[in-house]
Write a protein that binds this ligand. Sequence first.
Ligand code: NAP
Ligand code: GDD
Length: 390
Amino acid sequence: MPAQFLLPAPRRQLYNDEAGVVLNKPQHASGGKRLIPTSKTAPPKAFISGITGQDGSYLAEFLLAKGYEVHGIIRRASTFNTDRLDHIYSDPHEPETALQLHYGDLANASSLGRLINQIQPDEIYNLGAQSHVRVSFDQAEYTADIVATGALRLLEVFRDHVRETGRQPRFYQAGSSEMFGASRPPQNETTPFYPRSPYAVSKAAAHWYAVNQREAHNLFICNGILFNHESPRRGETFVTRKITRALGRIKFGLQDKLYLGNLDARRDWGHAADYVRAMWLMLQQDSPDDYVIATGESHSVREFLDLAASVAGVNWRSCVDIDPRYFRPTEVDFLQGDSSKARQILGWRAEISFEEMVRAMVESDLELARQERTLLEAGHQVNPRGRVHG
Ligand code: NAP
Ligand code: GDD
């Protein structure tokens, strides 16, 4: 059996956008030319690094719904890091479990090699990363090791696997609009990269490793250059989720203040559920290529705040303060993508609007705050998670 979409009650409440926005959306098969790649008896297999992240969890759901067997790597952590997957995970002792998790790390090439040879995936999605731009200024070397060299490790494993087995799996590399950095908008596939952070430099290196492997060894490798995409599952230190989480808590009297950095930065924000579909479509084409994925609409952080606060019914001007600690040494001021190529070749377009996405995030975080308030009023102690991260 593929995915199990019967969400246990608490999880369903945690991600309460999903029933409408993601799981019940019609699946798009248009545009892709390699629809369900293998035979009727053997389901296609996907391997995902970064499966515990926002995109990994949406991609796993998407592929399971298409009948894939999905394998993901998780890192050993002293606290559980599989919250975003718990609702689709079933006990491996049950027959025909379609989602399988393995310990693995982009820092560890030999274990990646073993896993790829064992699993023999048809599609490999490299989503694993130290993905926080501000953190990359403090941890530049580590970010380069995972984002740039980590991608190279997986690409090398992929190349060896193809050479040794004669199989023809396909590889997706998670590139980023951060690579455009200071280049003028609108940005498309021909816009020069001008990275403005160690994270962006590392993503640009990974991009070129992928292009070079494709050209040098004739491998099926695609770079997706994805602009910002969000959801109720977004990590809580990215600005959108930081805002919606705080607005929920302020609305329910659990918090007074929200500290932010640069409110003038502009981003092209889409919904993660739309963007994972684009990843898959890239790997269904006749030949590998690179694609910009974006909505084409740009908003400032202030505009996001305005809309989210009006949905939440909170006057943000009385509770938001600026803390320079959230400024970046070098900022990316203006991202706005032009995804005409993806529209023409992949048949892809964003289906969830900015307004729908913001509303879904606010509503989900209002529900989370309401649950916290209920616990508090019943005499339980409520410690908000992640306060140390800001
Ligand atoms: P995310 O929520 O931060 O998830 C990152 C994932 O990478 C997590 O599963 C994390 O595992 C994993 N990871 C971190 N270090 C790793 C390592 N050493 N080895 C293996 N896995 C590791 O990021 P996301 O938003 O889903 O983004 C997915 C990918 O797309 C990332 O490569 C990101 O840089 C890129 N991207 C994102 C956006 C966006 O707007 N979301 C836009 C463009 C590109 P843990 O759970 O154990 O930490
Ligand atoms: N995180 C954060 N926290 N950002 C803030 C804050 C704050 O308190 N206040 C203002 N910002 C501004 C940042 O300076 C930036 O200009 C903008 O909000 C967006 O920041 P993030 O949400 O952290 O995302 P990002 O654009 O830096 O990076 C995300 O998108 C990239 C694609 O363009 C990440 O998901 C990257 O992994 C991804 O590649």
